[in-house]
Unconditional design. Structure first.
Length: 129
């Protein structure tokens, strides 16, 4: 099912999410010279579009890889996709598994088996998306 999953997450929300993740650790919250503008342009061009949850997860992964911020890029975009999944009406165990798998995909650490499990989980949802 396609939805505008990421529509509430404007670029200023992404920036603020990163700032909040950096603050407790005293990490530098600043844009990078190479990745910030390309990631911002990509995000702003498609985040309001209707897409599948898999496509939304892939957008978060792509933006993470562009490294728009000096620190916590993965955590920033993982937090976004986890918030999307948290808003789904899913049984707790199914939601936890989906959040974990999506987080690994966005972070770029998912194995092929985890990627397949994510696709299977999306195809076998017990609750309509």
């Amino acid at each position: 099912m396609k939805r505008a999953w990421l529509a509430p997450f404007t670029w200023p929300v992404i920036v603020e999410t990163n700032r909040r993740l950096c603050q407790p650790k005293g990490a530098l919250h600043a844009p990078t010279s190479d990745g910030y503008e390309p990631a911002r342009r990509l995000w702003e061009s498609v985040h309001r579009s209707e897409m599948t949850l898999a496509e939304a997860t892939e957008l978060c992964r792509r933006c993470h890889q562009m490294a728009p911020f000096c620190n916590f890029n993965g955590n920033t975009f993982v937090a976004v996709i986890r918030r999307v999944i948290a808003d789904l009406n899913l049984p707790a165990d199914q939601a936890a598994a989906l959040r974990s798998l999506a987080g690994h995909i966005v972070a770029g650490t998912a194995t092929p088996e985890q990627q397949a499990a994510f696709a299977d989980a999306l195809n076998n949802m017990t609750s309509p998306l």
